[in-house]
Design a protein around this ligand. Sequence first.
Ligand code: SF4
Ligand code: F3S
Length: 106
Amino acid sequence: TFVVTENCIKCKYTDCVEVCPVDCFYEGPNFLAIDPDECIDCALCEPECPAEAIYSEDELPDDQEEFLEINADMAAKWPNITEKKDPPEDAEQWDGVKGKKQYLER
Ligand code: SF4
Ligand code: F3S
């Protein structure tokens, strides 16, 4: 599966959802999640993210391991999203900021 990681938090650009052939992105208040049971590992979403927040499970950085479970849990809970929408107004300011996990709204 592919995994949305910490840098999506408060950026939520949503470019990723437009390219997913199986529509497996789910939207929370300030983060998106990929359903690991639906993802077909096509890798199309990875280069689309302006925040470079999407990784293959196999290439997940060590400090992002917990996002595997976060994606699975949140995808089961949040509504599906298939169309790009405007990012938060302050998205650019949050891009690349470390330690954003504390702001993840579930
Ligand atoms: Fe969708 Fe493909 Fe990305 Fe999986 S890897 S979330 S199937 S675009
Ligand atoms: Fe998040 Fe990147 Fe998609 S910031 S919403 S994973 S395009």
